[in-house]
Design a protein around this ligand. Structure first.
Ligand code: IVH
Length: 653
């Protein structure tokens, strides 16, 4: 049997075993046999990236996305926008654009910034074929079945349109439907949604399209990506998309001066209250696609667009008490408890005070009148203290509210933390929860309830216990699956202070295994891009601690990955995972050989000829007409050298 056939056979068998296990509740193989097959499949898939299939049983292991939906890689990453908050920042953007365009005239398309969740819709031959959420910007969830229920999204286009195009926009739950939904939920004793965005997101992730249909989602489209757009103007192309049947905002406006831009912003700052859907700002885009192209992108956002965020709504209420939360790394967060007050459509009675410095700067007393604000976030914050009758100023606590340990503060830090990291109960619980979380070990059969239960029974002391407790079979299986989670995520899962996902990835890639990292000096760590003194000392302290060393030894023994896999060693990223790429033409920045190498280093596969399997054609100058024609005929995406480099650069940071 060839390796390719073996992959297919293993997939089929594993699907069947999964079904026997999860649906029929009658497994026919032992867990060990199952795990061995899974590991074999993963190894084979790693050496055959062309066999990538989002539906492979291996994809259930360690996915960062919602397990209930198939995850799909975006053809072009879904970027975000940088934010501005006042005229002078908007002017900076305007002037930056003017400078970069060397005095060419340009227009800005000003539009409403809809506050829902972004969606990418794909059409082929005039039919909706796929709808994908933003996800992490690189890949999102396929939510096509749910999106089909949204009546303002055309399923079939009854007008001449390109054979293949993508259109992006925002899915929203209009205020009227949001209010109705929350009233129903409250009547049924369910927690209401905090805002229409959360409601829309919860709805779109529902497993039952009928529920989605009933709730009445809506969509506005604001970004057309097509190989051969009809016009050079973004605005004009969207008017065409409206003719194809899409709901495009009627409130877009082309501006020729910064004054026109600012008038538009001022107008909508108040008028938006009368709109049927939530908005949280204005988006400004350079209208000409050619100019957009010449302005280019940064790693996170385009240089040709920016968001202006409206001032958040405020309300005033009375402070009643301050309580303190202890996070998983021991950080103490002060929380203000206040008389309930209505703010942006919800009742608010708690607000975060962030840390000791923020709290002290507000000079609070019980009974003070405080101004609270809700920005884009769900958690409101206190932004001002108008004073009150209270005489006793409240100061930040000196000892941990749970374990009583004296709090400490690192130099240059705004907050205090409880240093009793191995024995302070909320820290232990926080670490256990962090360990199983999606972006860490992704043991999704264990939630906070199970953790609390085993912790309270004295059976769960630290994360290594997960691998020894006699849980039920379903949980055991997902724990076993976690053994294949790569080193960088294991490192993140340990919950070392200041070591977030990115730092963990950076350190894992630099030092390659835990032993090298443990013996690395602070200076060696500092040589790594993105690793500063704070992270380096924290990692050193953690790895030099006896109890942590013992914990790591127990986890190693349980079989967790404490070194990069062979595949990771030779690969920079998985940006092009599963993509088959054809190179043609002459290039400016690198040689063809170098491009081939780059493709492989990012998980892609090179191919010499164009076929239905080709993901895209990387086209240089003087590309042969027959290749070009074939690609166009098959509707295959053609991307330039610069576009290609921008795409892989996203992940090289
Ligand atoms: S354009 C590359 N236009 O705001 C530009 N975005 O941080 C892509 N949004 O994720 C976005 N209204 O979900 C654009 N009229 C509009 C928008 C809009 C809302 C959201 C979108 C995006 C976020 C940007």
């Amino acid at each position: 049997m060839t390796e390719t056939d073996l992959i297919l056979t293993l997939r089929q068998q594993l699907h069947e075993h999964n079904h026997n296990y999860y649906v029929l509740n009658s497994p026919t193989v032992s867990d060990k046999e199952f795990d061995d097959m899974m590991r074999q499949l993963q190894e084979l898939e790693a050496s055959h990236p062309e066999m990538y299939d989002p539906n492979s049983p291996s994809q259930r292991v360690g996915s960062d996305l919602n397990e209930d939906f198939v995850s799909v890689k975006h053809l072009r990453p879904m970027l975000s926008l940088s934010n501005t908050y006042n005229l002078s920042e908007v002017r900076d953007f305007y002037e930056r654009v003017a400078d970069s365009l060397h005095g060419q005239p340009f227009q800005i398309c000003a539009e409403l910034k809809y506050d829902g969740l972004s969606i990418s819709l794909h059409y082929e031959h005039g039919r909706l074929v796929r709808a994908v959420t933003r996800g992490d910007g690189e890949q999102g969830d396929d939510v096509t079945a749910n999106v089909r229920t949204i009546r303002t999204i055309p399923l079939v286009i009854d007008a001449p349109c390109p054979r293949q195009f993508e259109i992006r926009g925002e899915i929203l739950l209009p205020w009227s439907n949001f209010n109705k939904l929350n009233a129903e939920r409250e009547a049924a004793g369910e927690a209401p949604f905090a805002n229409p965005r959360n409601a829309a997101s919860g709805t779109l992730k529902s497993k039952d399209p009928k529920v989605v249909a009933r709730r009445g989602l809506d969509a506005y489209l604001y970004y057309l990506l097509s190989e051969a757009p009809k016009y050079d103007g973004h605005y004009q192309n969207l008017q065409t998309a409206r003719e194809w049947g899409f709901q495009v905002s009627p409130d877009m406006r082309l501006c020729n001066t910064i004054d026109e831009v600012w008038d538009y912003i001022q107008y909508w700052d108040t008028e938006r209250k009368h709109l049927p859907v939530a908005t949280d700002g204005i988006v400004l885009k350079v209208n000409s696609l050619a100019q957009q192209q010449s302005l280019g992108l940064t790693a996170k956002s385009p240089r040709w667009a920016i968001a202006y965020k409206f001032q958040a709504e405020q309300a005033t209420t009375t402070l009643r008490e301050i309580t303190y939360q202890v996070g998983r790394t021991g950080v103490i967060t002060p929380v203000a408890n206040m008389d309930p007050v209505a703010l942006s459509g919800t009742m608010v009675h708690r607000a975060t005070l962030h840390n000791a410095d923020v709290m002290e700067s507000l000079a609070l007393h019980i009974g003070d009148s405080v101004v609270i604000e809700k920005g884009g976030e769900i958690i409101p914050k206190i932004v001002d203290n108008e004073g009150g009758p209270g005489e006793h100023r409240i100061h930040f606590i000196k000892r941990c509210p749970v374990c009583g340990t004296k709090l400490v503060r690192e130099p240059d830090e705004a907050g205090y933390y409880c240093p009793n990291d191995q024995h302070c109960p909320p820290q232990i619980l926080g670490k256990l929860e962090h360990f199983v979380s999606r972006k860490a070990m992704n043991i999704n059969s264990i939630g906070s309830e199970i953790i609390n239960q085993y912790f309270n029974q004295g059976l769960l002391h630290d994360v290594s216990d997960f691998y020894h407790i006699d849980f039920d079979e379903k949980i055991k299986r997902s724990i076993t699956e976690s053994l294949s989670v790569p080193f960088e995520r294991v490192l993140f899962a340990l919950g070392i202070r200041f070591v977030g996902e990115i730092a963990a990835k950076t350190l894992a890639r630099k030092f390659k295994n835990i032993d090298a990292l443990s013996t690395a000096t602070i200076d060696e760590m500092l040589e790594t891009d993105g690793i500063g003194q704070v992270i380096a000392s924290s990692v050193r302290d953690y790895l030099h601690d006896k109890e942590n060393q013992q914990l790591i030894a127990r986890l190693k023994e349980a079989g967790l990955q404490f070194a990069l896999s062979h595949q990771q060693m030779s690969q920079h990223s998985t940006t092009l995972q599963g993509q088959v790429i054809v190179i043609s033409g002459v290039f400016k920045h690198h040689s063809r050989e170098q491009y081939k190498q780059l493709i492989e280093q990012h998980g892609g596969k090179n191919s010499g000829s164009i076929s239905g399997k080709t993901s895209f054609l990387l086209a240089g100058e003087n590309i042969g007409p027959s290749k070009l024609e074939k690609a166009q005929k098959l509707g295959i995406r053609i991307i330039s050298e610069d576009e290609f480099l921008a795409e892989i650069r996203q992940t090289d940071q």
